[in-house]
Design a protein around this ligand. Structure first.
Ligand code: SF4
Length: 200
């Protein structure tokens, strides 16, 4: 149980409720999507896969079911992704497999869920309805509010932060201090959800 009120199971339930509600309200727009299986343009050409710490924790939980070799390969891809991303490159998501499928589809973060396109991307980025974009912004804010002791950033950066046992312990207890992790937050330009930390 976290100090800030909810355990991970309950948080996960609430997180998926936000995802599901977003899917419900955005469905009339997504019906016009031309996205199809095998097209992974948004996993290759967008380069930024945003996630919250809570989403990162749920992905880590999911990865516990992977075998040792798959985890080693993933860790190598995550390391490469971090280093390329720090140079601002548009980098292929490390979770995309050889068949252009997402290896964590069930627990992919919201930044992936909100993407679709009504026009073929062709490396130019997705074309989304304005209303769907606004609904996505609203859901994103709800996800940050659901994770008040957390932060947001590029997925491989968030997972790197969560690799730190000290951060995970303090985060789960709701009492981590920015000064203890300032170097990693600055290097990865992570957004702290806690308002008083942002205002310092
Ligand atoms: S997490 Fe999955 S859906 Fe999201 S960018 Fe990566 S491969 Fe694509």
């Amino acid at each position: 149980m976290c100090d800030y009120g909810l355990d991970l199971i309950e948080k996960k339930r609430l997180l998926f409720a936000v995802y599901n509600e977003y899917e419900r309200v955005v469905q009339p727009f997504k019906e016009q999507s031309i996205c199809e299986r095998g097209c992974a343009s948004c996993c290759i050409d967008v380069g930024n896969v945003g996630a919250t710490t809570l989403e990162g924790m749920i992905i880590l939980e999911y990865l516990q079911g992977w075998d040792h070799r798959a985890i080693e390969e993933l860790n190598r891809s995550l390391r490469e992704n971090r280093s390329e991303k720090l140079n601002s490159a548009l980098v292929r998501c490390p979770f995309l497999d050889e068949e252009a499928s997402c290896r964590i589809y069930e627990v992919r973060p919201f930044s992936c869920r909100r993407l679709y396109s009504v026009k073929k991307c062709d490396g130019q980025g997705a074309v989304v309805h304005r209303q769907a974009f606004v609904l996505g912004q609203k859901a994103e804010k709800e996800l940050q509010e659901l994770d008040p002791e957390g932060c947001s950033g590029h997925l491989s950066f968030i997972l790197h932060l969560l690799e730190s046992e000290a951060f995970r312990r303090d985060y789960v207890q709701g009492r981590w201090r920015l000064e203890d992790f300032r170097e990693i937050f600055e290097r990865y330009k992570l957004l702290v959800h806690r308002r008083e930390e942002r205002e310092r």
